[in-house]
Design a protein around this ligand. Structure first.
Ligand code: NAP
Ligand code: MG
Length: 407
C-alpha cells in the first residue's frame, strides 16, 4: 500500500444519526482511512450523546469549528414529539444545525452535484447553481394581525419610537368601508445582517470563482428592498470590485423576477444570493430540477471564514429501519462524501497541503466515474438515463469508489 497522506491540523468531525451515521463510519473505514492519516477532533452529535450531555456537545462542536476553522457534519435528527418518545429524551433539543448556525453566524450555500446520466429538468443547466439563502428576518421573524369583525374598520400604522421618545409613523392601511376586515404584518431586517450576508456571498464567490447574482423587488419596495440592494452595492464597491475583476468574475444585480427568468435560461455555474423567502422557495425548485436531494451539498460559511460542510439531506430514517432489520439498503452516500471532500480540501488549502487537496479531487472524480460506469444507488438508478446502469447496495458503492481512488 502507498503511504497515507498526512494532515497537520485536525478537522472538526461531527458524527450524527441513523443511516447517515452508518454511512459515516463506512466512509471513514473504506474511503478515507486507507489513503489519509485522518486527524479529527471528534464530536458525537448523535441523539444519545446529545441527551447524555444535555446538548452541550453541540455547543462544544461549534466552538471547536471556531477554533480550528473547518468542520464536517453528518446529518442529525431534529427531535419532534415522536423522537422524544423513541429516544426517551428529557427535552426536545433544538436542531443542531440551528445551534451551530447561531454560534458561527453566516450563510448556508447549497449546490447540486451534477454527474453523468442525471439530466436536469432544465436541459440548458449544464453547471450547478448554488443558492445562498439569507437566513435572518423578513417573514421568518414577522408580526401579524388578523383584523376580523371585532377590529373592522381599524386604521393600521407602523410606529417607530426612538430611545429619546421621537416617533416616526406611517399609514399601512385604513380599513374603512367597504372592506373593513383583513390582515396585516410587520417585518424587519438589520443593516448588520444584510451586510454580513453580502460579505459571505462575495467571499464565497471569490473562493469558488463564480459570478454572484442578487435580486430583490426594489422597484416596488423602494425603502425595504432598496436597502438590500444598496448594502450589496456598498459592500461590493467598497471591498470586492478589484478582487472580482482580478478573478474575472462579476457581481450582477437585477429584479427578482428577472433573476428567475434568467436563471431558467442560463447554463448555471453561478451563485444566486436569495433573500430569506426567495431562498426557501428557490432552493427547493433548484434541488428538484437538478434531480435528487441526495445529490445536494451544503456549506455554512461564517463571516470570519469558518466553514462547516454537510450533505443537505437528512438521516434517511426509513433506510435505517430497514438496515436495522437486517435488510439490504441502497442509500446514496455521495453528498456525505462531498461534505468530506469539501472539508479536506479546505483544510489542505489553509494548511498548504496540496496532496490533501489532490486527494479530495481524486475522491470526487472516483464518485463521478463510478456513477458514469453505471454503478449507482437506487435513488439515482430511478433517475439515470444511462443504458448500462446497475443498482448497488450502500456499502458496495463505497467499495467501488475506494477501488477507483486506489487505481
Ligand atoms: P431525509 O432524511 O432527507 O429523507 C427523505 C427521503 O429522501 C428519504 O426517505 C429517501 O427517500 C430520500 N433520501 C434522502 N437522502 C437520501 C440518500 N442519501 N439516499 C437515498 N435516498 C435519500 O429527510 P426526512 O425523512 O424528512 O428526515 C429524517 C431525519 O433527518 C429527521 O429526523 C430530520 O430531523 C433529519 N434531518 C436532518 C438534516 C440535517 O442534519 N442537515 C436535514 C434534514 C432532515 P425514500 O425513503 O423514498 O428512499
Ligand atoms: Mg423550503
Amino acid at each position: 500500500m502507498t503511504e497515507r497522506i498526512a494532515m497537520t491540523t485536525p478537522l472538526v468531525e461531527c458524527d450524527g444519526d441513523e443511516m447517515t451515521r452508518i454511512i459515516w463510519a463506512w466512509i471513514k473505514e473504506l474511503v478515507l482511512e486507507p489513503f489519509v492519516e485522518l486527524k479529527t477532533e471528534y464530536y458525537d452529535l448523535g441523539l444519545a450523546e446529545r441527551e447524555r450531555t444535555r446538548d452541550a456537545v453541540t455547543i462544544e462542536a461549534a466552538q471547536a469549528i471556531k477554533r480550528l476553522g473547518v468542520g464536517v457534519k453528518c446529518a442529525t435528527i431534529t427531535p419532534n414529539a415522536e423522537r422524544v418518545e423513541e429516544y426517551g429524551l428529557s427535552e426536545m433539543y433544538k436542531s443542531p444545525n440551528g445551534t451551530i448556525r447561531a454560534i458561527l453566524g453566516g450563510t448556508v450555500f447549497r449546490a447540486p452535484i451534477t454527474t453523468a446520466g442525471i439530466v436536469p429538468y432544465i436541459a440548458n443547466w449544464t453547471k450547478p447553481i448554488t443558492i445562498a439563502r439569507h437566513a435572518y428576518g423578513d417573514i421568518y421573524k414577522n408580526t401579524e394581525l388578523r383584523l376580523a369583525e371585532d377590529f373592522a374598520g381599524a386604521r393600521v400604522e407602523l410606529v417607530a419610537t426612538a430611545p429619546n421618545g421621537r416617533e416616526q409613523r406611517a399609514l399601512v392601511h385604513d380599513f374603512g368601508a367597504p372592506c373593513p376586515t383583513g390582515i396585516v404584518q410587520g417585518i424587519h431586517n438589520t443593516d448588520a445582517s444584510i451586510e454580513s450576508f453580502a460579505h459571505a456571498c462575495m467571499t464565497f464567490a471569490l473562493d469558488t470563482k463564480q459570478d454572484l447574482w442578487f435580486g430583490t423587488k426594489d422597484t416596488i419596495s423602494k425603502v425595504y428592498d432598496r436597502r438590500f440592494r444598496d448594502i450589496f452595492d456598498e459592500v461590493f464597491w467598497g471591498h470586492y470590485r478589484q478582487r472580482f475583476a482580478e478573478k474575472g468574475i462579476e457581481y450582477f444585480y437585477t429584479l427578482i423576477d428577472d433573476a428567475v427568468a434568467r436563471t431558467i435560461r442560463s447554463e448555471g455555474g453561478f451563485i444566486w444570493a436569495c433573500r430569506n423567502y426567495d431562498g426557501d422557495v428557490m432552493s427547493d425548485m433548484v434541488a428538484t430540477a437538478f434531480g435528487s436531494l441526495a445529490m445536494m451539498t451544503s456549506v455554512l460559511v461564517s463571516p470570519e471564514g469558518y466553514y462547516e460542510y454537510e450533505a443537505a439531506h437528512g438521516t434517511v430514517q426509513r433506510h435505517y429501519y430497514r438496515h436495522q432489520a437486517g435488510e439490504e439498503t441502497s442509500t446514496n452516500s455521495v453528498a456525505t462524501l462531498f461534505a468530506w471532500t469539501g472539508a479536506l480540501r479546505r483544510r489542505g488549502q489553509i494548511d498548504a497541503l496540496p496532496e490533501l487537496c489532490a486527494f479530495a479531487d481524486r475522491l470526487e472524480t472516483a464518485c463521478h466515474e463510478t456513477i458514469a460506469s453505471g454503478i449507482m444507488t437506487g435513488d439515482l438508478y430511478a433517475l439515470s438515463t444511462l443504458a448500462h446502469k446497475k443498482k448497488i447496495d450502500t456499502k458496495g458503492f463505497l467499495v467501488e469508489v475506494a477501488r477507483r481512488i486506489a487505481e
